[in-house]
Design a protein around this ligand. Structure first.
Ligand code: GAL
Length: 827
């Protein structure tokens, strides 16, 4: 047997040590040490009667929960809700959170801070009875230094957070209520990188070299000055690329800004197609000891919005095929969950989306991280209103005191994200029509430019140009000619159009010196899987967004053929046809990628969620998803609709979206009903045929050869379920999610396209049902229950893992249907 000498043993130990240190510096977890999750172990009390912290007493009842939390979505849809239908008919209210915790004695000489990523809204925070401050804006992160008030060692600390969302309405959409984003505890030495303290730009990029500027703000909270060494090391996929070191002397209780520059050879550029990132790790050392380590992800890329060629990314023309998104996550409400956001983005990527507008507020930081990683061109938006209110108790009331700080914080928080290319300083701001508009726009633009000159400033304007538009189609004023004063204010680097797609082609004439972006388009309306009004009736709904629904489809349904639009918008096809025609049109953000809670159109009970999404509230694509997929991806597409369950003899319009083919032939029960091909700028083909039960089959062909085949069958009576999980294996971390699609099918496995059975769900194992949703905008069933009524044969169940691994069994049951179970594994 091999025996080692003492020297060999020492040698081996040394090698192990080297390996360990190498592992340590390349381990991402290490970079995050200063910030740990502070989400678990909170207590919550919802009660409007406790207005004041001092009225909390021993009789106050508390429920324990983990953050992020949205209490709004736990409530009942209420026709009389003060939040209105705009707010999803879900009430706001006043909520209290508290948490008891200990801080180790060894942290006494350090700084301990609490970081909130967002609390909706009007949060106030106390630590051990000391008031820390207030933050009205619900969408921005903020932090408090707890150190002066903490007990160390065995003694407890208590943090109390008051969240006041009782004044309603304060939003045009469902905002959610509570500590709805992540909370962190941060521990640093007194000498450390400031919060959001790095700013990384890449002013010069060529194929061989990128010059990377690193601006780092270092904070010294010691009462004496400090000598330190600051090193920033650039990593690509955990491999060191380069580093730069500097000695500094920083005065007591002060901040110092440090400018460093490095060159990265043969840079790997970030793009929507290949979202490559680098990581800068800044370390501060004092007397050879590392006292802080701060990680910043960034990307190297260059871009231009060109007057003639639209958007150029790394020299290549890229059309921005974007969507606007509100922040709610359907059945999960507004409580953020990274996997839920990632799923939304995956579904959108699958359709070919390459851009996200964070309408109309700063998003959760996790959304931006995912956009960086997955490749989306982001417009990061600040406000939906300035001084003039859109709803009675909205942010306009906080404007004077908070807008400077809020906008600054947004830019500081977000300016290292390679996915962000534009800052939007506002959406459809009422001041756009008055002389005050340009003054405020200039002020905001200056605030942005002081902190970031690498991106463009825009605003969503309606309309951007001066034009005659029928007053019916506009939401503001009665005058027929609209003079948008922001567009000509000089404050905007890029003109942002909301709607008015008829004017896009004249942009270069109207604004010869300013590039174009369609900040918001379309606003078409559809109920997923609903096709019944295949007559002229579909075009009647809604006649006017502000009129009562009298003349449209029963039950506030909207046909899923792409034919219904809000009066100020267009069908999906109409706007895309213009957009694809002209190179100088940099791109667009469609209203909206997903349906969202609130703002139903028309604004009328029983509707409580929107119809605008290309994907419904549950995450099921509507048919028009495939129109975009056929246009925006390389994937070969052949999608036919509607379903095939009609009355014999009834005329039905069959549409097909397809690509990579010259023609499509349709067969009904094996007999051809004709060949169709797209002419001119067509985006779909159509057959009108009398219904006969059986099989409808489409075949797409190129040069006579079959490209794809697609079939729809008449479903027999609903008999059972088909359950499919987006991820059958999830992490046992108490946070991960599996999204289970529940289809009601006939005995042969064909989707029952009109089934609306109430389904009862039950779960065994270490997991929980955290959301149920059918995507029905008129359903008032809770998203938080364990039963739900399917919409047009489909329902979604969201299962969350516990912290123990094992099998999770989800069973679906309904009267008269054979039950089915799916097994999800948590590891
Ligand atoms: C726009 C507005 C959006 C949404 C949309 C509905 O005018 O910017 O927030 O309300 O209309 O069509």
């Amino acid at each position: 047997m091999f025996q080692m000498t003492s020297y060999q043993k020492i040698g081996l130990l040394f090698v192990c040590f080297l390996l360990l240190t190498a592992f340590k510096t390349s381990n991402n977890e290490k970079f995050n040490d200063r910030k740990v999750s502070f989400n678990s172990g909170w207590s919550f009390h919802l009660n409007d009667s406790i207005k004041d912290k001092d009225t909390i007493n021993s009789a106050t009842s508390w429920r324990t929960l983990s953050l992020p939390h949205d209490w709004g979505v736990e409530g009942k849809f209420d026709e009389k809700s003060p939040a209105g239908y705009g707010g999803g008919a879900l009430n706001g209210g006043l909520g209290w959170y508290k948490k008891t915790f200990k801080i180790a004695l060894e942290n006494k000489e350090k700084i301990t801070s609490i970081l909130f990523d967002g609390v909706y809204r009007n949060s106030q925070v106390w630590i051990n009875g000391h008031y820390l401050g207030k933050r009205p804006n619900g969408y921005l992160g903020f932090q408090y230094d707890l150190s002066p008030y903490l007990n160390y060692g065995d003694k407890n600390n208590e943090i109390i957070v008051k969240v006041d969302n009782s004044k309603q309405p304060n939003s045009r959409w469902y905002s959610g209520s509570g500590i709805f984003r992540n909370v962190w505890l941060e521990t640093t030495y007194k000498l450390h990188v400031e919060q959001w303290g790095t700013y990384i730009t890449t002013p010069k990029v060529t194929a061989d070299k990128a010059s990377v500027n690193l601006e780092t703000t270092i904070k010294n909270q010691n009462s004496v000055s400090k000598n330190a060494i600051v090193t920033t090391t650039i990593f690509k996929n955990d491999t060191k690329v380069t580093s730069v070191t500097q000695n500094i002397t920083i005065a007591a209780n002060s901040n110092q800004v440090l400018n460093q520059n490095v060159l990265v050879n043969n840079p790997v550029l970030w793009s929507d197609e290949k979202p490559e990132q680098y990581t800068a790790v800044t370390t501060i050392s004092v007397d050879s000891k590392i006292v802080d380590e701060y990680k910043t992800d960034f990307g190297i890329r260059y871009f231009k919005f060109d007057l003639n060629k639209g958007f150029l990314l790394n020299g290549k023309q890229v059309k921005i095929k974007g969507v606007c998104m509100h922040h709610d996550l359907g059945p999960l409400g507004s409580a953020i969950n990274t996997r839920a956001i990632e799923r939304q983005l995956e579904i959108l990527k699958g359709m070919g989306v390459n851009g996200i507008r964070t309408s109309h507020n700063p998003p959760a930081p996790e959304l931006l991280d995912l956009c960086d990683k997955m490749g989306f061109i982001v417009m990061d938006e600040a406000f939906d209103m300035w001084k003039k209110a859109k709803t009675k108790y909205d942010y306009s009331l906080d404007w004077d005191q908070w807008h400077v700080r809020d906008l600054q914080d947004q830019i500081l928080r977000d300016r290292n994200h390679p996915s962000i290319f534009m800052w939007s300083i506002g959406n459809e701001i009422p001041e756009q029509w008055s002389d005050e508009g340009p003054i405020i726009a200039k002020e905001l633009s200056e605030i942005v430019k002081k902190l970031d000159t690498t991106r463009l400033v825009t605003a969503g304007m309606n309309p951007a140009v001066n034009m005659d538009i029928d007053a019916v189609t506009l939401q503001f004023e009665n005058s027929k000619t609209y003079f948008n004063k922001l567009a000509t204010s000089g404050a905007l680097d890029i003109i942002g159009y909301n709607y008015a797609h008829q004017t896009f082609e004249h942009h270069q004439k109207n604004f010869p010196n300013t590039p174009f972006i369609a900040t918001e388009t379309t606003s078409a309306l559809e109920t997923r899987g609903y096709y019944d009004a295949v007559s002229d009736q579909i075009k009647k709904w809604p006649v006017r967004w502000d009129l009562k629904f009298t003349d449209g489809n029963p039950g506030n349904t909207v046909s899923a053929y792409d034919q219904v639009q809000a009066p100020w918008g267009s069908t999906h096809e109409a706007t895309w046809k213009v957009m694809k025609k002209y190179d100088f049109l940099a791109g667009m953000y469609i209203w909206t990628g997903f349906d969202y809670i609130g703002e139903p159109t028309p604004y009328e009970w029983p509707s409580i969620s929107s119809y605008f999404g290309i994907v419904d509230l549950a995450g099921f694509p509507k048919d028009v998803y495939y129109m975009y997929q056929s246009e925006w991806t390389n994937k070969t597409v052949l999608h036919i609709f509607p379903h095939w369950n009609w009355t014999a003899g009834q005329n039905v319009d069959v549409w097909a979206y397809y690509n990579n083919a010259d023609e499509v032939e349709l067969f009904l029960n094996g007999k051809s009903v004709g060949v169709q091909s797209k002419k001119g700028d067509d985006l779909h083909v159509m057959w009108r045929i009398p219904f006969q039960p059986g099989t409808l089959k489409a075949v797409s062909r190129k040069n006579g050869k079959t490209v794809l085949e697609s079939e729809i069958k008449t479903a027999e009576a609903p008999a059972t379920f088909k359950l499919s999980a987006d991820r059958p294996i999830i992490r046992a971390d108490g946070n991960d999610l599996s999204f289970v699609t529940v289809d009601i099918t006939d005995a042969n496995g064909v989707l029952s396209p009109k089934a609306n059975n109430e389904i009862q769900f039950s779960l065994k194992g270490n997991g929980t049902i955290v959301g149920v949703c059918s995507g029905d905008p008129v359903s008032h069933e809770s998203y938080k229950g364990s039963k739900h009524t399917a919409l047009n044969g489909k329902c979604l169940v969201v299962v969350q893992s516990g912290t123990k691994g094992g099998k999770i069994e989800l069973t679906a049951q309904a009267n008269g249907l054979k039950q089915k179970t799916i097994v999800i594994t948590a590891k």
